[in-house]
Design a protein. Structure first.
Length: 247
């Protein structure tokens, strides 16, 4: 039996560039390799990185970054069509506000991270709905990313895997792979205490759980959120599986 492709691609100018393929689903199928990738931003790719991404055949990128983030790191691969699905970052500004008040601690930072995930559901469902519309129309291979490729991208990836029927424990494992593969920007938010930077520079299960709790509060359950929030009905679900699963 042939070996599976590498899940993580070690690029020089990007980190956390990973394949969502190879995961088993509850109906006995597997997510297709080399169809959906997740990453941090693509603005610092080296020439060698660009050749790797070209060889993968990536033609579409779905970018959750806000306006200033996008301007600071334009996609370096000319063949890729970038679709902006903006979710403006809010955590660092909130942390600095707490720092100015003298109230910033690591537990406060953790709760602000969890609140940002709740807000993905409360205030930004339209961006994730647009993503699924593209997944049903754009041809793979494609990449989903934000700045770090861990929070906005992490929630989006969890939604995709759930829609495809991947079990929750595997979705959680994929989400936490960020802590192995993400290279933090040592120059970012240096005015914040180290333990706070550690909290925002990694992921933990409670962040993703906070988003799912918000889904439960607002929609009842995740299946209802997919149907009513993201407009992924039975026909769309079948189409997604046909496109992104293999026997």
């Amino acid at each position: 039996m042939s070996e599976s492709p590498a899940r993580h691609l070690a690029l020089q100018g990007a980190s956390n560039f990973r394949d969502l393929g190879g995961y088993p689903t509850t109906d006995g199928r597997t997510t297709r390799w080399r169809h959906i990738f997740r990453s941090n931003h693509l603005g610092l790719l080296t020439a060698d990185d660009i050749e790797i991404i070209r060889a993968l055949g990536v033609r579409s990128a779905f970018d959750f970054r806000g306006v200033e983030e996008r301007a600071a790191g334009v996609c370096a691969v000319s063949e890729i069509t970038v679709h902006s699905l903006p979710i403006e970052p809010s955590v660092v500004a909130a942390l600095r506000a707490e720092l100015a008040r003298g109230a910033l601690t690591a537990p406060v930072a953790l709760e602000l991270m969890r609140e940002s995930y709740r807000n993905y559901v409360r205030h930004h469902t339209n961006s994730f709905r647009s993503l699924f519309g593209h997944l049903l129309e754009d041809r793979a291979p494609l990449v989903i990313h934000c700045t770090a490729g861990k929070d906005r991208t992490g929630f989006a990836s969890a939604l995709i895997l759930h829609a495809l029927g991947v079990p929750d424990d595997i979705i959680a494992e994929d989400y936490l792979l960020t802590n192995r593969h993400y290279r933090r920007d040592a120059t970012a938010a240096t005015d914040l205490p180290e333990d706070v930077r550690n909290a925002i520079g990694s992921v933990e299960a409670s962040y993703l759980a906070a988003a799912f709790e918000a889904i439960g509060q607002d929609y009842g359950d995740l299946e209802t959120y997919l149907r009513d929030g993201l407009t992924i009905g039975a026909a769309e679900r079948t189409a997604l599986k046909e496109r992104y699963l293999q026997a």
